[in-house]
Ligand binder design. Sequence first.
Ligand SMILES: Cc1ncc(C[n+]2csc(CCOP(=O)(O)OP(=O)(O)O)c2C)c(N)n1
Ligand SMILES: [Mg+2]
Length: 427
Amino acid sequence: MPKKRIAKKRVAKTNPARSPKLSVDSDLRTYTIRDYRLEKPSFTLRQVRIGDEVRYEVESGDLSAATPPIRESKYLSREQCIEIYRWMLLNRHMETALENLYKQGQVVGGVYFGLGQEACSCASAYALHQDEWLGPMIRNQGALLVRGFSPADIMMQYMAKSGSPTKGRDASSHFGDIEKRNVVSPISTLGDLIPVLAGVALGARLQGKQIAVMTYIGDGGQSTGVTYEGLNFAAVQNLGLVLIVENNLWGYSTPADMQFRVKDLAERAIAYGIPGVIVDGTDACQVYDACHEACERARRGEGPTLIEAKMMRMKGHAIHDAAEYVPKPLFEYWKRRDPIARLENYLVNKKKWLTTAENERLIAGVERQLEADRDLAMNSPMPTPESAAGGVYCEAGCHEIKPKYAIPAARGGKSSRKRPEAAVHLK
Ligand SMILES: Cc1ncc(C[n+]2csc(CCOP(=O)(O)OP(=O)(O)O)c2C)c(N)n1
Ligand SMILES: [Mg+2]
């Protein structure tokens, strides 16, 4: 008798019609977004109007939550962690020096800051190999340092000095280096770097090399059509694009809540058919690990990855913007998550990879380097008036673009393919 009862139960369990789990599976699809974070801050803002001014207040969310620890990296060694920390310090100190230069009237135009975003800029660029490519945006001055530009290059650029990367032709961040550092110049129209970097990966592939290429887009900029077009092209072509969506909660004075409806921007990856990852953008180890994995995927020819880095823009859009519209408690909350202070604490107190004295020496070294670079920038000349006519338009051979990796195999002889009708028609 007992045997019979057991048999009956088994039949019932495997009967799909009676199994709610199975019917749910066939109706719903689920997707995975890897989330590296050790905390998941969530705030809602309320718009407040005072006369003509629009400001925001925090409506809900735990502003007093304890700061999480740095997440242990799966890949970074002690030396690499310290090297990233040093880049972040250089990034921060250089921007402080730039702010002072601006206040002294030495800067032509505005200055953009990546305060609070140094981990995102530096640890991401650090994941690229030397012969791979980066397309930075305005907040990624740390990434420029990692790729080999000096603080003097960046300061001279803002001061429009003759020795700056564009020889005084541009007064902010529109410079790159296609010869040595493999940096594509930032493009102001938000999103346009994405198809350009996808094209760089395609070019490398045509030369027989799968590389990782990296670029950034903000929570505001990701709404542009070209973001979709560029990333979709990279996805369809399986190009090694690593797109870092810098969700710093503000696009000018527009809070992220008013920019998109999805909970996390990493969810956008689902629609492209590519992996989406979330990291705490103030944790250098998380940023590095996600970028390293995305770069390895790219090098294996498996296509693009979208990484959403969540953090906070800790200043206004540029130096002219006092960011009065941002709720003060939000600044205080994110200040406790300062990427440099957290990494310093991790290296000195948690891992004991740096003694206090070694840390002080490292910081003093960064300050010395910056002082020397600032003096160099200050003392270098402005361009001569006569030079204004040159170097604006392309001059013969001024930026000849040669294949970087190999000469692509050319198709010899006449093509046997029939010319498509459209081509004939257009002619
Ligand atoms: C296509 C396009 N639209 C508008 C602008 C003007 N603009 C420059 S920066 C910016 C805000 C960008 O915000 P976000 O993408 O979040 O980047 P963040 O400044 O926060 O780093 C806007 C609207 C532009 N440069 N390009
Ligand atoms: Mg933003």
